[in-house]
Write a protein that binds this ligand. Structure first.
Ligand code: ADP
Length: 493
C-alpha cells in the first residue's frame, strides 16, 4: 500500500491524514495545541509545540495505517495562513512565539502605513487590503520588539517563515528555507504579478530580504525529511495555505469555479485563472496555486460570523442543544415569519466592510418563535454567501453556475438547499469534506507523478451531492429584498 501524507497544520490543532493513491483517507491523527492570549486581542502559538504536535500526529497516523517510510510517496503541507515565525538560522530556536493571523497587535503599524498613503501601493502590488492579519506587520513588530532581533536579521542570522516554511525547515533538518506562492501571497510583501518579494514594500516596513524564504511552486519537491524523523527520507512535494488548498482539493481548477468553506466564519475563493482580477467590491486577490511553471489567481472574500452564529444560538441563547439540531428545528417551520437576522457581531466584511456594524434582528412579529430565529440564523449564512458570490461575479465578469462547499456547517442539508435556492445555482457537496487536506495531497501527488494531471484528479472524486435551486424567481427576489433592508439596518450608525 502506498500513501501520500498530508500535514494539516490548523489554528487550533495539528492533523495528519494518510491518503491512498485514489485520494481516499486511510488513517488520521489529530492533536490540539495551546493558544496563548497574552493581552486582549493578541494571539500566539509556540512554534516548537506546533512542530512537536505535527511530528507526533504524523508518526501516529503512520502507526495507525501500519505504514513504513518507504510506503509514503510524498508529504504535502497545508497550513494556517499568515501566522509568523522568526527563528535563529544556526540553532533553529524561535526568537519568540509565533504571532497568529488573528492577532491584532500590529493594527497601529497598518494605520500608519495607510495614513502615509501606502494603501494603494499595497493593494496594487500584493492584491490585499492593508491589514494586521497578514504577515508583514507581524514581522516588523518582532524585529522592532524582540531584543537583538533586528541586529541578527541584518547580519543574516534570522529566518522568517509562515507555518509551511517552518515545518519544511524542521522536516529537512534546516536544509530548505522555502515557501510556496499561495503562502507568499498572504504575507503582504509579495508582488503577485512579478512573482517576487517586493523591494519597495520591504523598504517601507524595514524588513531585510535575507530573512525571507525562497518562493517555489505549490507542487514541487522542496526537500526530503531527515532520516531520524520517520526512519527514511520522504520527499516534501506540496504546500499551500489552507484556503487555497481547499480550493484545489475541491477541484476548482478552471476560471469561475469556486468554493465556500462554512466553518466558524466562511471563506469563499474563486479561481480566476492566469489573469489577476482587481476587485471593485472589497474582495482580495491572492495566488490560488503555483503549478507547472505558472500561477493562477483567486478572488477571496470572507464572512466573519457564520458557524459561530449557530454556536451563539447554542451557547448564549441556549435555544438549540447542538449545532446539528439547528437543521431539524429550522425545518419545523415553513419560513422565518418575515424576520431576518444579520449576525454582524464583529462588524461586516466583504462586500460591505463596516467594522463597527453590529447585529440586528428585523421584522419581528408576535408569532416569531425560537424555530424562526434558528431558521433565520441559518439563512443568514446563505445570504452573506450570496452577497460575496454576486460581488465576485461582478469583479470577475463571470456568472457562476455552481458553488462547491465544505466545512462543518456544510453538513446542514437545510442550509445547503436554501443556499442553492438563494443563489439560483447548484451547490455541490463532496462526499469527503476534508478538502483542505486533500488539496495538499493532490499537489504532492502531482509533483511525484502519481497522477498525470488535474483531469485524472477530477476523475478520482467520489460522487458528490448536488443541491439544485427549487425556488421561484419572484420568491428569491422578495427574500433578497428583505435581506438587503435588514443589512441596511445593521449598517446605520
Ligand atoms: P472551524 O474549522 O472554523 O473550527 P468547522 O469546519 O469545524 O469550523 O465547523 C464548525 C462550525 O460549524 C461551528 O461554528 C458550528 O457551529 C457549525 N456547525 C457544525 N455543524 C453544523 C450543522 N449541522 N449545522 C449548522 N452549523 C453547524
Amino acid at each position: 500500500m502506498k500513501y501520500i501524507m498530508t500535514l494539516d497544520q490548523g489554528t487550533t490543532s495539528s492533523r495528519c491524514i494518510l491518503f491512498d493513491l485514489n485520494g481516499s483517507a486511510a488513517a488520521m491523527a489529530q492533536r490540539e495545541f495551546t493558544q496563548y492570549f497574552p493581552q486582549p486581542g493578541w494571539v500566539e502559538h509556540d512554534p516548537e509545540e506546533i512542530w512537536d504536535t505535527t511530528l507526533a500526529v504524523s508518526r501516529e497516523a503512520m502507526f495507525n495505517a501500519g505504514a513504513r517510510p518507504e510506503d509514503i510517496v510524498a508529504i504535502g503541507i497545508t497550513n494556517q495562513r499568515e501566522t509568523t515565525v522568526l527563528w535563529e538560522k544556526t540553532s533553529g530556536r524561535p526568537v519568540a512565539n509565533a504571532i497568529v493571523w488573528q492577532c491584532r497587535r500590529t493594527s497601529k503599524i497598518i494605520d500608519k502605513l495607510v495614513q502615509d498613503g501606502a494603501g494603494d501601493m499595497i493593494r496594487e502590488k500584493t492584491g490585499l487590503v492593508p491589514d494586521a492579519y497578514f504577515s508583514a506587520s507581524k514581522i516588523k513588530w518582532l524585529l522592532d520588539t524582540v531584543p537583538g532581533a533586528r541586529k541578527m536579521a541584518d547580519n543574516g542570522e534570522l529566518l522568517f517563515g509562515t507555518i509551511d516554511s517552518w515545518l519544511i525547515w524542521k522536516l529537512t533538518g534546516g536544509k530548505a528555507h522555502v515557501t510556496d506562492y499561495t503562502n507568499a501571497s498572504r504575507t503582504m510583501l509579495f508582488n503577485i504579478e512579478e512573482l517576487r518579494w517586493d523591494t519597495d514594500l520591504l523598504k517601507l516596513l524595514d524588513i531585510p530580504e535575507c530573512i525571507l524564504p525562497e518562493v517555489k511552486p505549490s507542487s514541487c519537491v522542496y526537500g526530503y525529511s531527515v532520516r531520524e524523523l520517520y526512519g527514511g527520507e520522504i520527499p516534501i512535494a506540496g504546500a499551500a495555505g489552507d484556503q487555497q488548498s481547499a480550493l484545489f482539493g475541491q477541484c476548482c481548477f478552471l476560471p469561475g469555479e469556486m468554493k465556500n468553506t462554512y466553518g466558524t466564519g466562511c471563506f469563499l475563493l474563486m479561481n480566476t485563472g492566469s489573469e489577476r482580477v482587481r476587485s471593485k467590491n472589497g474582495l482580495v486577490t491572492s495566488i490560488a496555486v503555483g503549478y507547472q511553471d505558472h500561477v493562477e489567481y483567486a478572488l477571496e472574500g470572507s464572512i466573519f460570523t457564520a458557524g459561530s452564529a449557530v454556536q451563539w444560538l447554542r451557547d448564549e441563547l441556549s435555544i438549540i442543544p447542538t449545532a446539528s439540531d439547528s437543521e431539524r428545528i429550522a425545518c419545523s417551520v415553513a419560513d422565518t415569519a418575515g424576520a431576518y437576522i444579520v449576525p454582524a457581531f464583529t462588524g461586516l466584511g466583504a462586500p460591505y466592510w463596516k467594522q463597527d456594524a453590529r447585529g440586528v434582528i428585523t421584522g419581528v412579529t408576535r408569532g416569531f418563535s425560537r424555530a424562526h430565529l434558528v431558521r433565520a440564523t441559518l439563512e443568514s449564512l446563505a445570504y452573506q454567501t450570496h452577497d460575496i458570490v454576486r460581488a465576485m461575479e461582478r469583479d470577475a465578469k463571470m456568472d457562476i453556475t455552481a458553488l462547491r462547499v465544505d466545512g462543518g456547517a456544510s453538513a446542514n442539508n437545510f442550509l445547503m438547499q436554501f443556499q442553492a435556492d438563494i443563489l439560483n445555482a447548484d451547490v455541490i457537496r463532496p462526499e469527503y469534506i476534508e478538502t483542505t487536506a486533500l488539496g495538499a495531497a493532490y499537489l504532492a501527488g502531482l509533483a511525484m507523478g502519481v497522477w498525470s494531471g488535474t483531469a485524472e484528479i477530477r476523475s478520482l472524486r467520489a460522487s458528490d451531492q448536488v443541491f439544485k435551486s427549487a425556488m421561484a424567481a419572484e420568491k428569491r427576489e422578495e427574500l433578497l429584498k428583505g435581506w438587503q433592508k435588514a443589512v441596511r439596518c445593521a449598517l446605520v450608525d
